[in-house]
Design a protein around this ligand. Structure first.
Ligand SMILES: Nc1ncnc2c1ncn2[C@@H]1O[C@H](COP(=O)(O)OP(=O)(O)OP(=O)(O)O)[C@@H](O)[C@H]1O
Ligand SMILES: [Mg+2]
Length: 302
């Protein structure tokens, strides 16, 4: 199984299947999030698994949850491959079906009362922020007085939340719209924490030769305490650039998906399912990049 990767986790009683992760409810307090080897590009899930990708993402989330605990508590209990964590869930029926490959890709987390926005922090002007800025000189409807070139570092890191759309695309939210949704007090708290975690992770990554251009966090309440949930600071939730590729004026390609995106753009494909079948060299290079990203940023060797 591991040569081909894990496309579907296929465990009993799934509660949610996202583009990449399969989530199971263990009991009223705990969830099991299986990070599969699925990969998406242009919001479409490819039909081939990227072996080891799930393991890389699981390790990276684990690393950052532990590293950022001094800033904010989080939902992470442990990876199911960790004997102590596995022991904790060994009485649940699902544990029987968790082989070694699945355990490495599974996080046991505390269930939270989720805050329904995506908390995005940007350090550099790129992607959708750059396209909005070129049209209206705003980002998330906030005016940006400075003249910036593409991929330039913002004078100050900015908080640009968006909706969590059940269907379709997430929409950017202005500060006032966000306050209306979640209240002013909570807005101030998640903004502060998001920027604090980003600042820490950006600095850390930079010292390892990687630029964390932007990232998305989710928050919720666990035992009435504001906590970081979901995944944290992985290539799936963040844009990592190699410092070697960074030249303001043009956005570097994201470190992890560059081969896949370039290859997809060269295909005659309308960016709607079904996606084209990925050739072996694109697959191999993509795996390599994910592993490289993990090793460079965290120092962890698979
Ligand atoms: N500790 C937690 N408690 C409750 N819900 C959580 C927790 N951590 C993450 N979640 C939620 O679990 C869900 C995980 O879904 P997942 O990210 O796999 O798919 P999705 O968000 O529906 O789509 P996409 O694949 O585009 O991200 C998200 O809705 C996330 O907000
Ligand atoms: Mg999600």
């Amino acid at each position: 199984m591991s040569q081909k990767g894990i496309y579907n986790s296929d465990l009993p009683n799934i509660t949610h299947r996202g583009k990449v992760r399969d989530t199971y409810e263990l009991n009223k307090e705990l969830l099991l999030m299986v990070i599969t080897d699925r990969i998406s590009a242009f919001d479409v899930v490819m039909d081939t698994a990227i072996p080891k990708k799930g393991e890389v993402l699981a390790k990276m989330s684990e690393f950052w949850f532990e590293k950022t605990e001094h800033i904010i508590p989080n939902h992470f209990i442990g990876l199911a491959s960790d004997p102590e964590t596995f022991e904790m869930i060994s009485d649940f029926p699902i544990a029987e079906s968790l082989d070694e490959d699945l355990r490495k890709r599974s996080m046991v987390v505390k269930k939270a009362k989720r805050i329904d926005i995506e908390c995005i922090v940007r350090g550099y002007i790129t992607g959708s922020a750059w396209s909005e800025y070129t049209k209206t000189k705003t980002v998330n409807k906030i005016s940006i007085p400075q003249d910036l070139i593409e991929a330039e570092e913002f004078p100050e890191f900015i908080f640009t939340p968006s909706t969590k759309a059940e269907v379709g695309h997430d929409e950017p939210l202005s500060p006032d719209e966000t306050k209306e949704l979640i209240g002013e007090d909570l807005y101030n708290q998640v903004k502060l924490k998001s920027i604090e975690i980003y600042t820490y992770a950006h600095e850390y990554s930079k010292s390892k030769g990687m630029i964390l251009a932007d990232t998305k966090f989710e928050f919720g309440f666990i035992d009435n305490k504001l906590s970081l949930i979901d995944e944290a600071l992985t290539p799936d939730s963040s844009r990592f650039w190699s410092a070697d590729d960074y030249n303001p004026g043009k956005s570097p390609l994201p470190y992890d998906k560059q081969y896949l995106r370039n290859w997809l753009l060269a295909q005659d494909w309308n960016k709607k399912p079904p996606p084209p079948q990925m050739p072996k060299d694109v697959l191999d290079k993509t795996i390599e990049k994910y592993i490289d990203c993990l090793e460079t940023v965290t120092g962890i060797k698979l």
